[in-house]
Design a protein around this ligand. Structure first.
Ligand code: ADP
Ligand code: ZN
Length: 652
């Protein structure tokens, strides 16, 4: 009789069981759990011997699956400890529903062909390839592969993949979900002769089951996926790549709150394998690790095609002429007209969905607000409704003001992408315009169709949101216009500047791909702003140095650590009291400062009141231990929810 500890994919820790047949950590078993029998995993935790033998139940059966690899178990434990989440919930991310079920005709994953033709590299590319390939099989090592879009980062890391595949084991490539397109997959297939295993939110249940199995038994050698692919049960990882490492979508914002790029580094450390972070605009965190020598810096200085970064012009929107209306400046109009005459394409960028971000009544001043959130309703004129972008609440556009009941008094304030589309259609009635937003670009197939239309020259002016910042090249696109370059700066959160810089840099880089030099025009109400100036001078280093300096002075990440405590509930008073009590009982230490409680910027979300505490500590401080002891002592009312966000990215 063996006593063992079992973890279930549920919001709990381990439970003890006994077994007649010998089992080891990682084995899948079924055991009585509550009134049912549930699937669990034998865990690497010592059983709790204080519980008398007579109270311990027998497991029901062992399940014929390869055991969960020890590295996966260690990773689950690590993530649970870091994010302060129940280990069972992290395990759930590493499993699929009913993993013991098999498909009738499972998908097979073929061996990639590493001898397939590769390209002939430029000098800088060849040096990068050599460095990265030399790291394979040499243990844990982090490299930043730093080069503008089009400099050949993908081409270079494909060589590292080819080298890694000479050894037994697996390669994981993480991409932001929206860059995981068929174009990317075709490119992989062209290089390696087979499709990689794919993992993201939109794959079918069968694909999910077959892929998970193929990862567990080692049949899938290369896995490309969105952040959740990090939790697959790899038996042996040889190399991890995080492409677009700066991308904010690597932070998961619901369920278990984790930063996939950071956790990928942990995963590589556990696997003792190299990891490559690729970006044209590295995050401040990564860049600091390059400066302090923790990460290797591998640079690809120029676009492979030789195309230069576009000429950048700033339009000062404060100097509007009398009688000028609309959101598109005369300078931008003129530039678009020139491109139309030259039969080249333009892209107008505005990072705001819908027609207008706010609707108000001209008679009484009423602003139309979401009934469940402290947020304005966004007008979506094409679809004929108003929508809250936080909770999804939707209502028809009313014909009268809901407050004073005057008719036809509602006016739209500010621009959204639909409104720019309307304005451009009005100014250039003969141009072929197309609007692209996450509302219209539902899936990769639509993106492929759009790329084809662009390639065939069937579109003159593309108008869209940040969904256009990434992915495909449009070779004949030579003008990028940014309608509101200041917009991202309003939020004022820790990474607002960094994100704005990255996004605008990326968008501007869309102009002038091949031999033609492009132009980017930024419309701004604060042209003296550091970001706008750094973009204009194409001086990333200057921006980064200033940003790093300010973070260092403020003790902000990566020079200090942050955790957010978000307290929410339907009863405003009780929720506030709980938050205030938390603040009062917070440990009083010189390494720790506690800010708040403050009403969150979104003080009401989905009908719940929200208060936030922000905990800031020195870099070396054991933040998790402190949070555990502090919060463990406090009784939280059942109707109040307390969430912890370690290394928060979202501040609302
Ligand atoms: P990045 O990942 O940095 O955006 P890519 O690897 O996608 O850059 O390269 C941009 C384009 O240039 C791609 O079409 C790629 O195939 C091409 N390219 C890059 N390097 C070479 C090379 N050495 N030989 C031929 N084509 C190359
Ligand atoms: Zn809402």
């Amino acid at each position: 009789m063996q006593r063992l500890s079992v973890l279930f994919p549920a919001p709990l820790g381990c439970y003890d069981y006994k077994s007649e047949t010998p089992v080891c950590p990682g084995h899948f078993i079924k055991a009585p759990f509550g009134r049912k029998t549930a699937l669990g995993v034998v865990w690497n935790q010592a059983p709790d011997l204080s519980v008398p033998e007579s109270k311990i139940k027998n497991i029901s059966e062992t399940v014929a699956l390869n055991p969960l690899p020890p590295e996966t178990i260690r990773f689950v434990n690590w993530v649970a400890g870091y994010t302060l989440s129940p280990a069972g919930m992290v395990l759930k991310m590493a499993l699929i529903p009913e993993p013991e079920k098999t498909s009738k005709k499972p998908i097979t994953f073929q061996e990639p062909d590493i001898r397939a033709d590769s390209v002939s590299f430029s000098e800088a590319q060849a040096a990068a390839v050599q460095k990265l390939c030399a790291q394979i099989d040499g243990g844990f090592h982090v490299s930043l592969l730093d080069g503008v879009t089009g400099s050949g980062k993908t081409e270079v890391y494909f060589e590292a993949i080819a080298t890694a595949l000479k050894h037994p084991g697996q390669v994981l490539i993480l991409l932001p979900e929206i860059t995981l397109t068929s174009a990317w997959l075709n490119r992989f297939e062209k290089r390696f002769g087979v499709k990689p295993a794919v993992w993201h939110s939109a794959i079918t249940p069968k694909q999910r089951r077959d892929t998970w199995r193929a990862v567990l038994n080692g049949e899938a050698r290369v896995i490309v996926g969105a952040r959740s692919a990090l939790f697959l049960p790899y038996s042996k990882l040889n190399l991890i790549i995080v492409d677009e490492e700066h991308d904010a979508s690597y932070k998961q914002e619901d369920g278990i709150l984790y930063q996939a790029r950071d956790m990928a580094i942990v995963r590589a450390k556990l696997a003792d394998c190299p990891i490559i972070l690729a970006s044209a605009t590295p995050s401040v965190e990564t860049y600091c690790n390059v400066l302090n020598g923790k990460y290797d810096h591998i640079r690809l200085p120029e676009r492979f095609s030789g195309a230069e970064f576009p000429d950048i012009r700033i339009v000062d929107m404060r100097r509007k002429e009398k009688g000028e209306t609309g959101f598109v400046s005369p300078e931008l109009k003129k530039a678009i007209a020139e491109k139309l005459a030259e039969k080249e394409q333009s892209l107008l960028f505005i990072n705001r969905r819908g027609y207008a971000p706010l609707v108000l009544c001209r008679a009484c001043g009423e602003r139309l607000q979401c009934p469940y959130c402290s947020a304005w309703l966004v007008e979506h004129r094409q679809k004929g409704y108003l929508q809250c972008h936080h909770c999804g609440y939707t209502r028809r556009i009313p014909s009268e003001c809901p407050s004073c009941h005057e008719k036809d008094t509602l006016i739209s304030c500010g621009p959204g992408v639909e409104r720019i589309f309307e304005e451009i259609n009005h100014i250039f009635p003969n141009a072929r315009c197309e609007m692209v937003t996450s509302d219209t670009l539902a899936n990769p197939a639509v993106f492929t169709a759009l790329s084809e239309k662009m390639a065939k020259g069937e579109i003159d002016i593309l108008i869209g949101t940040q969904i256009l910042a990434k992915g495909h090249n449009f070779p004949n696109l030579t003008l990028v216009g940014v309608i509101d370059a200041d917009m991202g700066l309003a939020g004022g959160d820790l990474r607002a500047s960094e994100r704005t810089f990255q996004l605008l840099h990326q968008v501007m880089g869309r102009a002038g791909r091949d031999r033609k030099k492009g132009t980017a025009i930024l419309q701004s109400y604060s042209p003296e702003n550091l970001i706008i100036q750094a973009l204009k001078a194409n001086d990333r280093e200057h921006f980064m140095n200033e940003e790093i300096l300010s973070r260092r002075l403020l003790g902000m990440p990566p020079f200090g650590r942050l955790a957010a405590v978000i307290v929410s509930g339907r009863d405003q008073n009780l929720t506030y009291q709980t938050a205030a009590h938390l603040a009062k009982t917070a440990p009083f230490l010189k390494e720790v400062s506690v800010l708040g409680p403050a009403a969150a910027p979104l003080a009401v979300l989905r009908g719940k009141y929200r208060f936030r505490l922000l905990i800031k500590t020195t870099k070396e401080f054991k933040l998790q231990n402190m949070l555990k002891t502090w919060l463990g002592k406090i009784k939280i009312p059942a109707s109040v929810d307390v969430r912890l966000d370690i290394d928060p990215y979202s501040f609302f």
